[in-house]
Structures are given as C-alpha cells and as structure tokens.
Design a protein around this ligand. Structure first.
Ligand code: SAH
Ligand code: SF4
Length: 340
C-alpha cells in the first residue's frame, strides 16, 4: 500500500480519479491531513462513509515511530524508526525568526566524507518522499506549532536521491498542504555536479547550499571523496551557471577543522575562489564526534577566518552552534544508537 504522504496534490487527484473519485475529494483529504491534522479517513467528516473502505484499501496514513527525543532550549533532536526498522534523525532549531527543521534524505550516506558520522555508516537505502514529509509532520505534531523553514541537511546526500527529494520539496511547498514557502526550503549537497545542473532547471524557487569545506583540490580530495569525481573548479563553474540561470544566491558551507582547512592561507584562497559570485559563506564550527579524529577550530581561528573573508568583501556568517550538547550534528544520534 502506498503512503498518502508521498503524493502531491496532483498525484492524489489523479489516483483518486482512477478510483472514480472527483478532484475535490483530494483537496478535502489534503485539508484534513495537512491543515486539520486528522489522519484517519474514518474521522474526515466530509468524506462519504461509503468511500472510506476504498481509501483505506489504497492509501496508508500511518506516521513514523518516534524512538528517541532529546530536548534543549534551542533544539530538539529526534530519532525516528521507519517501517523497516531503519533509523533516521531530524533536528529542530528555534531561531528568532521562527522554527527550522533539518531533515534526513537517506539512511546513511555513501559519499564518505572523512569528518562525517553519516558517511562513516554507509548508505542502507534512500528515503521515500513520504518518509521525509512525515519527518516534518511528526515534529509539528510533537511541538504543536508550524515549522517555518526546512533544510535538507540531515543524514544522506540529497542529490544521490534526487527524484524523491524533489517530490518531497514539491509536497511540502503545496499551498493547500504544509505550505512551506519555496524560499524557506534549502537543499545541501556535497557537490554532485550533474544534479546541480538539473536543479537549476527545476521550476520551484527553492535554495541551494554547497558543502565546500576547502579552497582547493588538494585539501578537498583529502576530506571529501566526491571531489575526485567532481573537482573544485568544475564545481565552482556549475555554481556560477546555477546563479546565472536562477538569479538566486547560493550558500557556501565551510566546516572549520582544526589544522586542516582553517589557516589564513585557506581563507585568502577561498576569498579568491569565490570573488564576484553571488554567494554567502556559512562558517560551521565542527561538532566533534567520539568516533572521528578531527578537532574543532579554536575560537580565534574561526574569528580570524571570518575577518579575512570579510575584509576581502565576502558575505560571511559564523553558524550558531545549536546541537553541540545534544549530538545534533549530522548523523551523530543515529551513529550512537546503531552501535549500541
Ligand atoms: N550530504 C549533504 C547534506 C547533509 S550533511 C552535504 O554534505 O551537504 C549537512 C552538513 O553537515 C554538511 O555541510 C556537512 O559537511 C556537515 N557536517 C557533517 N558532519 C559534521 C559535524 N560533525 N559537525 C558539523 N557539521 C558537520
Ligand atoms: Fe554524506 Fe554530507 Fe556526510 Fe558527506 S557530509 S558523508 S555527503 S552526509
């Protein structure tokens, strides 16, 4: 049986028409699921009793199982169990401007970045759009509030699961559904160039973030295997093309690893690489994990790196540290659970 949460309003309308049902029924169902938060067809009072068995036969409306939750003042971290027993994480962050959620796109990750817990545990499978949609629903049900923005930066490489991720973005953007504005949805990639090109042609005005983490091939090859297939100069070219085509500013994520990519020379080289591009750089303090050797850059190195970029006219911010105390970085909660 198919999960109803993997269907866009158009898809649902089409499927219902195959069952002999009219388009307005799809809108009614969407309204119950995403606005009123009633998930059982039986309880959808304007749906005719006679068609309830038919709906139950075709569409699964179960949510996910919340296996664990860690709460701190600024973040909640969730561990969800999927129907097949796989574990994924999602993180909620409270900002001044609203609530954002970071969702996972795969169970594990095959990109193998040397600093990352998700990569250390390898990909088991891709997530379905319906599972990603339910990450959001589960969190909204838990906090009884609406989420204002979504980043696809949890476990997994979203562009290695491109079609389902695009479907997910479309579903959560649907005005009659969750209605999360396209400008409040961001997908982050380690740099799969053909998919960056495809993404530039998508009709939705959603955002792109690139995990760059190094200013040259020498360093990037050491920490991100993906760079061997898609080297940095080609990556930068594809980002320039994306900006040209979409007119949208791109976020460059730069994780600061002590002694690896955080020197003044690196900052100067990065500023040169990004000169004239409509990007802003988000410097990410590394969240140390018990399994990996890397250390977080010192406060002084982070501030110096920031100043060097700033002086050279690069838009730059230092990411607020949200999850340090609750294992909130990419894949850490799951990693602890899987190995227990
Ligand atoms: N696979 C995609 C999206 C998920 S990773 C990507 O790589 O962009 C999301 C971000 O978390 C990436 O920028 C990644 O480099 C970063 N990250 C991974 N491990 C981290 C850690 N321990 N501390 C801080 N950031 C981390
Ligand atoms: Fe995968 Fe992103 Fe982690 Fe790299 S940083 S291993 S691409 S999840």
């Amino acid at each position: 049986m198919e999960s109803i949460f993997g269907l866009s309003l158009n898809d649902l309308t089409e499927q219902l028409s195959l069952l002999g049902l009219r388009p307005f029924v799809a809108k009614q169902i969407y309204d119950w699921l995403y606005k009123k938060r009633i998930f059982a067809f039986e309880s959808m009072t304007n749906i005719k009793k006679e068609i309830v068995p038919l709906l139950n036969e075709h569409f699964d409306t179960t949510l996910l199982h919340m296996k664990r939750k860690q709460e701190s003042p600024l973040t909640n971290k969730y561990l969800f169990e999927l129907a097949d027993g796989s574990l994924i994480e999602a993180v909620l962050m409270r900002h001044d401007y609203g609530i954002s959620v970071c969702v996972s796109s795969q169970v594990g990750c095959n990109m193998g970045c040397s600093f990352c817990e998700s990569g250390r545990l390898k990909k088991i499978r891709d997530l379905k759009a319906s599972e990603m949609v339910r990450e959001i629903l589960m969190i909204e049900e838990d906090i009884k509030r609406r989420i204002s923005s979504v980043v696809i930066m949890g476990i997994g490489e979203p562009f290695d699961n491109y079609d389902e991720v695009m479907k997910f973005m479309k579903i959560i953007n649907e005005p009659l559904g969750l209605a999360i504005g396209a400008r409040h949805i961001t997908v982050s990639t380690s740099g799969i160039i053909p998919k960056i090109r495809a993404y530039a042609d998508e009709p939705m005005q959603t955002n792109l973030a690139i995990s760059l983490h190094a200013p040259n091939n020498e360093i990037r090859n050491k920490i991100m295997k993906v760079n061997k297939a898609y080297p940095i100069e080609e990556l930068i070219t594809s980002i320039k093309e994306y900006i040209e085509k979409t007119n949208r500013r791109v976020t460059i994520e730069y994780l600061l690893l002590d002694g690896v990519n955080d020197t003044k020379e690196c900052a100067i080289e990065l500023a040169q690489l990004l000169r004239g591009m409509n990007v802003y750089v988000n410097l990410i303090p590394y969240n140390e994990t018990s399994h990996l050797e890397y250390k977080k850059s010192s406060k002084k190195s982070i501030d110096d790196f920031f100043d060097t970029l700033k002086k050279r006219g690069i838009n730059v911010t230092i990411r607020k540290e949200f999850g340090g105390n609750i294992d909130a970085a990419c894949g850490q909660l799951r990693a602890n659970e899987v190995e227990r």
